[in-house]
Design a protein around this ligand. Structure first.
Ligand code: ARG
Length: 563
């Protein structure tokens, strides 16, 4: 149902081809307030054609237009303001939402195209950072938005599991490590060994030689080194998975940097064949003057490969495996320059999907004003932040709804949801400071507020009992409901726009808008009174519940039915 098309036709019917249908459609605006109507047509562009003032043109047109399918059409200054017929409009929208359920807003513009998303991608033997959390939740939401827009996302966790640092770690472990400690608390202990290595190697530079030899052994597949590396990787992943589980995020592949270790020759060969690889102070670089970028270092003078060498192999692999419609990298803004270089190198190589490579950057995050690194000398695990949020949610639920049967489950959904929503409601590139208590409030611009609004809608429906809404008349002409009805109408557009901009915050802001308008309506109106609009009002409540739940779902946040 396209109201812009309906209004376009009304305008065309009183013109004589002065404007094309597309031109009229393009010019339609959404007025700032509902008091100015639902759609407005500015008459300025007709002034030249009619040799008349725009205000007079608006006045002429309004007299000619057939108003029968509108509540009213009025001329205000140079604008024609269209007020849609609230009853018919709500009937159509509510029927559409109730019929389609969670599929409402779905479109197939992606035509099933594959979209690998490089996301989360923490480094083995190091704690997962707040940056990795952002990458995880932003990537997860973008993946859901892609599905909703008809794409086929492939969520790839590009683990940092290769590089010379593993030589250092293995040496350090063999000197100062012990198996029990690593088993008990893998990340903290592995970091401890690594830090100790860096302290010691200042006085014992021979340690660095040892580390280099050890990494070489690892690269050559030497049994002991490979065994240790695999073990570090496994225990690290186990600790990451605890966090992913809490966040409710899964991945399709975990092809980390090590996966590409034996796949780098091809990329290097292409660069050589195309004459792109040139020597600079013994190292091999690709010049990127044409892109106004510094040369990209591809091979060190000793032949060692780098982060970018593995990323080139990764891009070739994804290109071949998925024939991607788009290639997405959800990685912090601090790597923006790096991804510009990577894209430029891939464009030079002529990789088909290079044109559609998008780095999706995001800003920094701090928790309660602190960088997530150390608390009294110890690493704060993200895990603990999530647990703190769950505890806080539990306290709120105990206070508000002590008889709720599945309190623990709901506390988890609310606590974790608060963190995800608190992140995603901000434009990606903003830096954010996270005050846990604020994000957990049931009022204000928070996840719990949206969840609570959804639970409120569900509770009204439970109270109403079994009423068959299918086929019921859903003509709702109550002006207090109008803001909510128009918000429902906008959902499919928001779904498209958020996907196009890779911007989950558009969904979060939309969910807040819908929740707010619904709560205003709820405060205003008696919903459960027996009159001829009862089914229409309940349909509105049901539609709000469906769309709030689906909005939260697109963010990766659960929507409990009671809280
Ligand atoms: N492991 C990297 C880091 O923590 C992020 C990897 C991003 N993905 C990529 N293909 N480079 O900084």
């Amino acid at each position: 149902m396209d109201y812009k098309a309906q209004v376009t036709n009304s305008i065309l019917s009183v013109l004589n081809d002065e404007l094309s249908s597309a031109e009229v459609y393009e010019k339609l605006e959404k007025p700032k307030t509902l008091a100015m109507g639902d759609l407005a047509f500015p008459a300025f562009s007709l002034a030249k054609v009619f040799h008349k003032a725009p205000n007079a043109i608006a006045q002429d047109l309004v007299e000619k237009i057939d108003q029968s399918s509108y509540e009213k059409v009025e001329a205000k200054g140079a604008y024609l303001n269209f007020f849609l017929d609230k009853g018919n409009f709500s009937n159509e929208i509510l029927n559409e939402v109730l019929e389609e359920g969670s599929a409402y807003g779905q479109n197939d513009s992606g035509k099933g195209g594959n979209v690998p998303i490089d996301m989360s991608s923490p480094n083995i033997a190091k704690p997962i950072s707040m940056g990795h959390l952002r990458s995880t939740v932003i990537g997860n939401s973008i993946a859901k938005l892609l599905v909703k827009n008809g794409y086929h996302p492939i969520k790839d966790n590009h683990l940092g599991d290769w590089g010379t640092q593993f030589g250092k770690l293995i040496v350090a472990y063999k000197k100062w490590g012990n198996e029990e400690d690593v088993k008990k608390d893998p990340i903290n202990n592995l970091v401890k060994y690594y830090v100790k290595f860096h302290k010691e190697d200042k006085e014992h530079p021979e340690l660095d030689d040892e580390a280099r030899e050890t990494f070489k052994k690892l690269e050559d597949g030497n049994e002991e080194e490979v065994f240790l590396w695999k073990w570090f990787r496994k225990v690290s992943l186990e600790s990451f998975n605890k966090i992913y589980e809490k966040l409710g995020v899964t991945f399709d592949t975990y092809n980390g940097e090590a996966f590409y270790n034996d796949k780098m020759d091809e990329g290097i060969q292409i660069l050589k064949d195309k004459g792109l690889l040139v020597e600079s102070q013994g190292a091999q670089v690709v010049k990127l003057d044409k892109y106004n970028l510094n040369p990209a270092l591809i091979l060190k003078s000793d032949g060692a490969t780098l982060y970018i060498t593995r990323d080139i192999a990764t891009a070739i692999y994804r290109d071949r495996t998925y024939k991607p419609a788009m290639n997405l990298y959800v990685v912090g803004a601090e790597q923006t320059y790096y991804f510009q270089q990577l894209k430029a190198v891939l464009l030079e190589m002529g990789l088909p999907s290079a044109e559609n490579l998008h780095h999706i950057p995001f800003g920094l995050i701090t928790v309660n004003g602190k960088k997530l690194s150390t608390r009294s000398g110890r690493i704060i695990l993200l895990d603990e932040v999530l647990d703190d949020a769950i505890d806080l949610a539990k306290k709120q639920i105990e206070a508000k709804n002590p008889d709720l049967p599945n309190k623990d489950e709901v506390a988890k959904e609310v606590g974790v949801g608060a963190i995800i929503f608190g992140d995603l409601k901000n434009e990606r590139t903003n830096n954010i400071d996270f005050v846990l208590e604020d994000q957990l409030r049931f009022e204000g611009e928070t996840g719990p507020y949206v969840q609570y609004s959804h639970a409120r809608a569900e509770s009204i429906l439970r109270k109403a009992g079994d009423i068959d809404l299918h086929g019921a008349n859903k003509q709702l002409d109550d002006p207090a409901a109008w803001e909510t009805v128009t918000a429902l109408k906008d959902f499919p557009d928001v779904v498209k726009s958020a996907c196009k901009d890779f911007e989950p915050s558009e969904i979060a802001k939309y969910a807040l808008r819908l929740a707010k308008s619904f709560n205003k309506y709820y405060a205003h109106s008696k919903i459960l009174v027996e009159d001829d609009q009862l089914a229409a009002r309940l349909s509105l409540v049901k539609a709000v519940s469906i769309v709030l739940k689906e909005s939260l779902n697109l963010l990766g946040v659960k929507a409990p039915d009671a809280m």
